[in-house]
Design a binder for this molecule. Structure first.
Ligand SMILES: Cc1cc2nc3c(=O)[nH]c(=O)nc-3n(C[C@H](O)[C@H](O)[C@H](O)COP(=O)(O)OP(=O)(O)OC[C@H]3O[C@@H](n4cnc5c(N)ncnc54)[C@H](O)[C@@H]3O)c2cc1C
Length: 322
């Protein structure tokens, strides 16, 4: 029987997250190169969109189910996934490198005595083994890692590996009811930050850089974001200056994003910023320096002053929408 690669999926409020499809696609692609079988596992209570996974070529999905497992519990989730991986004989596990994944994957690696490479940006098969590329030294460098352990765990950076739909695949879903999960800690409430769209999941992002001159001018970014239903993003320079929160930072040491539309306002386009946003489908740059590197990746460029262009753009879009 073929060896197994297991994609460990993530759900939130009863829906598989997009990054789960990315993990599934990575597992399927590695499995086909290594001659392995790709399976998936998810922990949770009710999950609505399990069948969506069928698009990505996973042959079997196991849902470890209990109503107490709706929210992440480090003790219960890690115990159950390690047990499941052991029983299924999985040799490679792929986790999303999300807040949950970075907590869960190392716990599972300890239980399985597995080597782990986190925040992988590339996974390549060479000589029947996997070479993982991941950032080190706070993102200043990238290294290639080969794990030597029997069981290997990789966490993948969200929005770097695109989900790859395959033709006419089906997924066999098995639901395993879990008795008495080991809930050492229990989530009693789950609060979303009010009205804010996460840049990592947004379809449109309006991002501001040092060209905005100060935090008091970010209302111009927020107003454009509001009319477009977009998330607000930021360069590291403005986050370091304390103008914007870290959760908005886009780039190598911030979040990797892949929206349909990315509007960069007063952002120079340093290599570390491009590392996080250049895979956006359409990039619009507004910068008063026509030679700014951001224009090298932009599909549409506006060479001009953000303080003139942003209010006019917002006004025009409002008119179009009304
Ligand atoms: C290890 C490491 C990791 C890093 N990680 C990240 C990261 O994750 N994300 C990130 O963004 N950076 C990152 N950086 C920092 C990066 O190198 C740049 O310093 C940063 O992206 C610059 O931010 P900025 O473009 O907002 O500012 P600046 O480089 O100062 O550019 C401001 C731009 O605004 C334009 N401008 C000024 N006034 C106006 C105006 N009125 N109208 C229009 N345009 C105007 C200017 O022409 C200029 O192009 C990292 C650096 C290192 C060393």
């Amino acid at each position: 029987m073929a060896e197994k690669i297991l994609a460990v999926l993530e759900q939130r409020e009863g829906n598989l997250k997009r990054v789960s499809f990315e993990a599934a696609s990575v597992a399927v692609s590695l499995a086909s190169q290594l001659g392995f079988e790709a399976e998936a596992v998810v922990v949770g209570s009710e999950i609505n969109n399990l069948n969506e996974l069928s698009k990505y070529g996973i042959s079997k999905l196991t849902h470890l189910k209990n109503e107490l497992l709706e929210n992440y519990s480090p003790s219960a989730y890690s115990e159950m996934i390690a047990l499941f991986a052991n029983e299924s004989g999985a040799k490679i596990l792929i986790f999303p490198n999300t807040a949950m994944g970075v907590d869960l994957a190392p716990r599972v690696s300890v239980k399985l005595n597995a080597g782990i490479a986190m925040d992988c940006m590339k996974l390549e098969v060479k000589d029947n083994d996997i070479i993982a590329t991941r950032p080190v030294y706070a993102g200043k460098s990238l290294i290639d890692v080969k794990l030597k352990s029997g069981v290997k765990i990789f966490t993948i950076r969200p929005n770097v590996f695109r989900p790859q739909p395959v033709d006419s695949a089906t997924v066999q879903v098995e639901i395993k009811q879990v008795e008495n999960p080991n809930l050492k800690t229990k989530v009693t409430a789950f609060k979303k930050s009010e009205g804010k769209i996460d840049v990592a999941e947004a379809d449109i992002i309006v991002s501001g850089g040092r060209g905005m001159k100060g935090p008091e001018n970010f209302h111009l970014i927020e107003e454009l974001a509001e009319v477009l239903g977009a998330a607000v993003g930021a360069s590291r320079a403005v986050v370091d200056a304390g103008w914007r929160p870290h959760r908005e930072q886009v780039g190598q040491t911030g979040k990797t994003v892949s929206p349909s539309l990315y509007i960069a306002c007063g952002i120079s386009g340093a290599i570390q910023h491009l590392a996080g946003m250049s895979s956006s489908k359409y990039i619009v740059a507004i910068n008063k320096d026509k030679d700014a590197p951001i224009f090298n990746v932009a599909d549409y460029g506006i060479a001009g002053d953000v303080f003139e262009i942003l209010p006019a753009l917002t006004e025009e879009i409002k008119k179009l929408k009304s």
